[in-house]
Design a protein around this ligand. Structure first.
Ligand SMILES: C[S@@+](CC[C@H](N)C(=O)[O-])C[C@H]1O[C@@H](n2cnc3c(N)ncnc32)[C@H](O)[C@@H]1O
Length: 250
């Protein structure tokens, strides 16, 4: 058994990233967050997407009138983002310690990527960096998963056919039950002419309860938590393990 790598999906395998995300409705996520920004924000149009990956959200934000830029830790992801969004500027930085030239009205971080901060200390630093990079009243919006509600047996699997190969993508959270670390386990199986290649990634992520996360945010932001449903906005019901956080800079 080959040991899992920590980030092949964002480096050597980055060409497969968009295939893996083929089922994600980026338009509806972007629409929802623009609606949240209209409700909570300052109506400004300067937007930064943290951990932007290949830039699918940035495309939607630009197409609806935002001046959007992106930030990511991995250059192969930014190379694809630049092709998708030539108008945007992309910055190779760690979201746990980033700086901007001019403050933003809206900062987003989609697809649970805030958990890539890795541990609570770095998560706090990420929150501080986002706070410093916003104008007064600016909005920081992201989604998150609660460590105490992770089901280690649950995973998402889907199949995509592409250029003569079948790809099976699988992903799931794993939390060992203690401390501030959890993992995102990912695998890709590519079958071409009955020959299957397999890759396994295990990404170290920060683990928090929503109470812990809110406590980290509250010194900097007014925090509202919504159910993880991009189609209809409902306040978090205190029970579900996925949520959208809307944070307005104090
Ligand atoms: C799950 S992907 C999400 C990409 C994109 N937001 C989307 O919704 O498709 C996570 C992204 O986080 C980036 N990433 C991981 N650690 C990071 C860090 N510390 N700072 C900035 N980006 C990071 C990866 O390179 C990858 O592009």
């Amino acid at each position: 058994m080959i040991a899992p790598s920590t980030n092949a999906l964002y480096t050597d395998l980055s060409g497969y990233y968009d295939l893996m995300c083929a089922d994600i409705n980026y338009e509806s996520q972007s629409d929802c967050v623009r609606r949240l920004h209209r409700l909570f924000g300052n109506q400004g149009k300067r937007h930064l997407d943290l951990a932007c990956g290949t830039g699918p959200h940035i495309r939607h934000f630009i197409d609806t009138g935002f001046q959007s830029n992106g930030l990511d830790l991995n250059q192969p992801m930014l190379d694809q983002a630049k092709l998708r969004c030539p108008e945007a500027e992309f910055s190779l930085q760690n979201m746990c310690n980033f700086v901007v030239d001019q403050p933003y009205d809206l900062i987003t971080c989609f697809l649970y990527s805030i958990h890539y901060s890795g541990n609570v200390e770095n998560l706090r630093a990420c929150i501080e960096s986002a706070h410093a990079a916003l104008v007064d009243g600016g909005v920081f919006c992201f989604n998150a998963v609660a460590k105490n509600l992770i089901n280690n047996g649950s995973f998402v699997r889907h199949i995509v056919n592409h250029e003569g190969s079948e790809f099976a993508f699988k992903s799931g959270w794993f939390y060992g039950g203690e401390g501030d670390r959890q993992a995102l386990k990912l695998s890709i199986e590519k079958t071409t002419d009955k020959v299957t290649e397999e890759w396994h990634d295990e990404h170290p992520m920060v683990a928090v309860t929503f109470e812990e996360l809110t406590a980290l945010l509250e010194p900097y932001f007014d925090v509202t938590v919504f159910e993880h449903d991009y189609e209809k906005l409902e306040m978090w019901n205190q029970n579900s393990g996925n949520a959208i956080f809307v944070c307005v800079k104090r």
